[in-house]
Ligand binder design. Structure first.
Ligand code: ZN
Length: 256
């Protein structure tokens, strides 16, 4: 049994970078370091020793800090095999179905293409933590830049394996805007209404709304409810396939 202590570092205008510390030692890994400086400063402040970078996808606001961090710490860079040429200084390539062992903790790796073609997610089951990069957000999902709607729907459907008690560590504070859209397409969902209210209070107080709980997301995030006939009906899409419903919701969000 191994659990990781997770520390959130806000960077840029709305990015979240995560430090995963092994509780029995001072070793830590960083997920999606947009920038080196805030990561190195935080490590210094806590006295933690960085051993690994875990990258989800090639966008600069996820791997921009990798070269400087690797130079400063000599850490091992783990990233998607499918995108090895676009991830700087990658040492270990992982792909769909792999189990990656970080210290005593195990992460299941999924290929989750759609936002980018080589995007991956890491699920640390024992730590109840899903690092999904820009695939899934609190009340939202990533824009489909390099894949198809069908690919993106298949990607977020892989998260069905994750228990409700899992924390979703997404990489951006997009929740307020996502909540407005979710209420727009699903206005009568009372749990969503309450969640949106809580999000508003948190943002007004300058508090992060990430991570969110998978169970709550399943009941309120419209992108995770594309297979729910009740939501299809609200959208006027009775009888349509979940992929069609997902594509409709994603397209409406793009134009919201
Ligand atoms: Zn991205």
């Amino acid at each position: 049994m191994s659990t990781l202590e997770i520390h959130q570092i806000p960077t840029r205008s709305d990015n979240y970078v995560y430090l995963l510390r092994e509780t029995s030692s001072g070793n830590a890994a960083v997920v999606d370091p947009s920038d080196a400086e805030p990561v190195l400063e935080t490590l210094d402040m806590f006295g933690w020793n960085l051993t690994h970078v875990l990258a989800t996808h090639h966008h600069d606001d996820h791997v921009g800090g990798v070269p400087e961090i690797k130079e400063a710490t000599g850490c091992t860079v783990v990233g998607p095999k499918a995108d090895r040429d676009r991830i700087p200084m990658i040492d270990v390539e992982v792909a769909d179905g792999d189990t990656y062992r970080l210290y005593e903790a195990e992460a299941k790796v999924w290929d989750v293409p759609g936002h980018t073609s080589g995007h991956i997610a890491y699920w640390f089951a024992e730590s109840q933590a899903l690092f999904c990069g820009d695939t899934l957000f609190a009340l939202g999902c990533g824009r489909v830049f390099e894949g198809t709607f069908e690919q993106m729907y298949d990607s977020i459907s892989k998260f069905k394996e994750v228990p409700d008690e899992t924390w979703v560590y997404c990489a951006h504070e997009y929740t307020m805007g996502n909540a407005k859209f979710a209420l727009h397409v699903d206005p009568d969902n009372t749990e969503l209404q309450a969640y949106a209210m809580q999000i508003q209070h948190r943002r007004e107080a300058g508090v992060s709304t990430v991570p969110s709980l998978m169970g709550l997301e399943r009941r309120t995030n419209p992108f995770l409810r594309a297979d729910d006939p009740a939501l299809a009906s609200v959208l006027g899409m009775d009888g349509k396939s979940p992929v069609d419903v997902f594509a409709e919701i994603r397209t409406r969000k793009d134009n919201f």
